[in-house]
Design a protein around this ligand. Sequence first.
Ligand code: GTR
Length: 319
Amino acid sequence: MLLAALAVLWTLAAPAAQARELRVADTHSADYPTVQALEAMGRFLAERSQGRLTLKVLHSRLLGEEAETIKHVHVGALDMARVNLTPLNGLVPETMVLSLPFVFRSEEHLHRVLDGPAGAELAAMFEPHGFVALAFYDSGTRSFYNSRHPIHSPADLNGLRIRVQQSPVTEALVRALGAEAVPLPYGQVQVGLSTGIIDGAENNWPSYQDARHFTAARFYSSSEHSMAPEVVVMSKKVWDTLSPQEQGWLKGAARDSVPVMRALWTERERVAREAVLRSGVMVNSVDKAAFAEAVRPLYERFAREPRNRDLLHHIQAQE
Ligand code: GTR
C-alpha cells in the first residue's frame, strides 16, 4: 500500500524534476536580433541539458511592456527577460554608469568592457538587487529623431517633447539638452509620434525601423549619445532554485548566444539603416562636442557613489 502510494508520488514528481521550461520575455518582434539570440540560447540550453532545461521565448510584448517584465522578474513571477540596461537604472543603480551619454568610445570599446573584468564586475552587481545578469547583448548607438527639424546642436532640441525610457539618467539627459523628457513605454512611442503627443524620441537604427518610428519622425540626427547594451536578466529567486549543474548550462548557453547576437546585430543595423534611408528619412550629423559638454554634469550626478565611480573609472581606463 505504502509502496503503491510512493510509486504514484514518484510518477507525479518525476516529470517535473526531469524537464523544466523557463520563460523569457522580450518586447521586440519575432525576427528582431535579441529575440533570435534568445532562441539560439534556448537551442544551446536544450542540447546541453538533453532537454532537461528549455526556454520559451515570449516576444512582441506578450507579457507586457519592458518595465512590467522587469518588475515580474524582480519578484520571481517571471523567470527571465531581455531588456535594455537603461530601464534597470532604478533597480540596479550601478547600471546608470553604462547609461551615461558618451561613456563608450566605440563598439570595440564597449565589447572590451563587457567581455573583460569590468563586465564580470558589473554582472556581479546585479545579484544583491535580485537579478542574475546572464548575458549582455549589443544595442548599437542611440540617436535623436523627431518630426520637426534636424538637430545639429543642443539648442535645436529646445522645447521639444522627447520620449525617454523610464530612467533618471535619460530624463536628466534630455533635460540637460533643453528638451522636455516624456517617459513612455516603447509600445506607445509610434502612436505618440504620429499623433503629435511627442515630437521625438531616441533609439538605434533597428528599433527606429522595426517599431516604425521612422514613418512619423523623419529627421534622424546622429548624436550617437548612448550605447547602453541589452541584458538578459534572470530572477535571483528562480536562479536559487536551480542546481549548480542547471546554472552552469544556463550560463554557458547565454554566453554562447552572445556571438550569435553580435553577428545578427551588425547585419540588422545595416539593413534597418538602408531601409529607412530608402524611405526618404533625412539623416544629419551633429556637433557631438557640444552635446558632450551639455551633458557633462550627469557624470558627477550619477557616478558619485564609490561603486559607480570605480566602475566608471574602469570603463574609462579600458583601452
Ligand atoms: C530598444 C531596446 C528595448 C527598449 C527600447 C526602448 O533599443 O532594445 O529593450 O528599451 O529600446 O527605447 O524602450
